[in-house]
Design a binder for this molecule. Structure first.
Ligand SMILES: [Zn+2]
Length: 162
């Protein structure tokens, strides 16, 4: 995928303006999620290099330019809600080093995303797949691993709904 720097360098002024308005929109969603759960210091949103993530040390949500301009708004909102979900467990998310602990944090963030957006599990899966399609096209990880993880996360979400 194109890194944010490569993408922004190839953009027209109007495209950059569109990107900045998307960034503002995403920040407004994060602030809205913060109000919904009573969090005072909501994460700042910034443009990330190549992967969508939450950074516990800087308390920021990073979204690459490509995600901001290509994801449809419903998918983008779900993805941002997931990262905001990680911010609710700022330090546990930093210290989850084992695969099992990391997976638990993923499912917690997924649950938060579904709760905050009111989305269905199917809509959640669509959003995760849309991100996978952007991020796993070349260098990052193996698509099989990502698909296995998706299946596991979905199972956990379904069990928790019973
Ligand atoms: Zn996550």
């Amino acid at each position: 995928m194109k890194t944010s720097v490569e993408l922004v360098e190839s953009m027209t002024e109007a495209e950059v303006e569109n990107l900045m308005s998307r960034l503002k929109l995403v920040q407004s969603w994060v602030d809205e999620f913060g109000r919904a759960v009573g969090v005072h210091k909501t994460p700042r949103v910034r443009i990330a290099h190549s992967c969508v993530h939450y950074g516990p040390i800087s308390h920021t949500v990073g979204v690459p330019a490509l995600h901001l301009v290509t994801l449809d708004l419903a998918n983008l909102r779900l993805v941002v809600a997931h990262e905001f979900g990680h911010s609710l467990r700022r330090w546990p998310s930093l210290f989850s080093w084992t695969t099992f602990a990391r997976m638990k944090e993923e499912v917690r963030a997924d649950r938060a995303a579904i709760r905050l957006t009111g989305a269905s599990i199917d809509a959640w899966e669509t959003a995760v797949r849309a991100v996978m399609q952007i991020e796993h096209t070349d260098e990052i990880g193996s698509p099989d691993d990502a698909l296995n993880e998706l299946t596991l996360r979905r199972k956990c979400l379904e069990v928790s709904r019973l």
